[in-house]
Write a protein that binds this ligand. Sequence first.
Ligand SMILES: *Cc1c(COP(=O)(O)O)cnc(C)c1O
Length: 466
Amino acid sequence: MTELSGGPGLPQERRLVTAIPGTKSQELLARKGAAVAAGVGSVLPVFAARAGGGVIEDVDGNSLIDFGSGIAVTSVGSSAEAVVRRASAQLTDFTHTCFMVTPYEGYIAICEELAELTPGDHAKKSALFNSGAEAVENAVKIARAYTKRQAVVVFDHGYHGRTNLTMALTAKNMPYKHSFGPFAPEVYRVPVAYPYRWLNGAENCADEAAAQAIDMISKQVGAENVAAIVIEPVLGEGGFIEPAKGFLPKIVEFARDNGIVFVADEIQSGFCRTGQWFACEDEGIVPDLITTAKGIAGGLPLAAVTGRAEIMDAAHSGGLGGTYGGNPVACAAALGSIETMRELDLNAKAKRIEEVMKGRLSAMQEKFEIIGDIRGRGAMIAIELVQPGSKEPNPSATGALAKACHAAGLVVLTCGTYGNVLRFLPPLVIGEDLLNEGLDILEDVFRPALTPSTRARPVARPAPRT
Ligand SMILES: *Cc1c(COP(=O)(O)O)cnc(C)c1O
């Protein structure tokens, strides 16, 4: 794998020239504390100066390996040539006219791309928005207008955003919902097939979870009242949970049989992240509606709802939109991002990243008993950390390991309902040497972390697998 799209003059290397954070970042941290609301947290204490390819350079001249992609956004890198070129040209022409006032071609071009790239060869239409949460809200609006029903079904461990409706759709209280209620009504949560934590074992997970979910919907809500079932084909914030194979098709079938709009939230998993254009392709699922954002536009804010033309057209004229939705610069960036994905075959890159990562992580699991589970697809890979000899979540070790990675110049993120998942979302254009160096760092930080609760098992003893 070669280093790609690094932006001009940005060396693709890890380089630590100060402690993390350095003095300039410390000064900015003080200003942040004084000027920025406390509720807006930052994972790392360093401030970015430049970024591209597989690295982020901070204001003190440190260069960090990026296993975060700004939360699965910069799949093509943070300064991809085609994104910069197309967005710059659009900036020169015009920044905004509002598509609802005087429309422009870029918006249509993205909707055409979405119709082509998303699963299914039926007639499709799209509407563009600014953020993932906005896309999910609009998918619900559209499904309600189409079905003339109100209820929305979501799943344990699901994450769909931070606006009022999407907080209601999101499962986890802290930090997303706590003290921010009351939440939108007519939202119902049902079990998801989480193989690692299914009490009756992973092999029973898909069937049992689907049966429970369908039973709950039928008994507690009534299928005839449900407008939409909304699910992430790989659950992101909830811990990179891949629903056990067979679960999603059963839910889709139930939705079809009952006139319910099936919405795949691919905001994190879409656009080559899992080694396919969309994660739901893995089980051949064709959603009625699909929400996209994050990876779509190479770092600019853009989101979309795409789906069956007859469903998308159910909302009356003027019922969908927003001042900035489908901003022309963001559309130009998205065209550049999609061009890059095609030209560099980023699906193949994502699959190669999975191969390298899973190989290294499996070897680590043999040595470090706290690695309970390795999962994910493509460049959306995670490890779930537990207390040795059990499946008891280990959030303290997870936090400590993430901090140690940051201090060593590796950007990693945590996630998971229990706060015990380290997730890896490198840009798909990262060089393989940087990828391996990042994994070296990860392996190194596991060693000093071998406190009684995180100790290693003697290498000779085979790992008990569950
Ligand atoms: C990030 C995310 C959202 C929310 O997107 P924003 O752009 O932060 O509003 C919704 N759904 C999923 C699956 C996400 O990962």
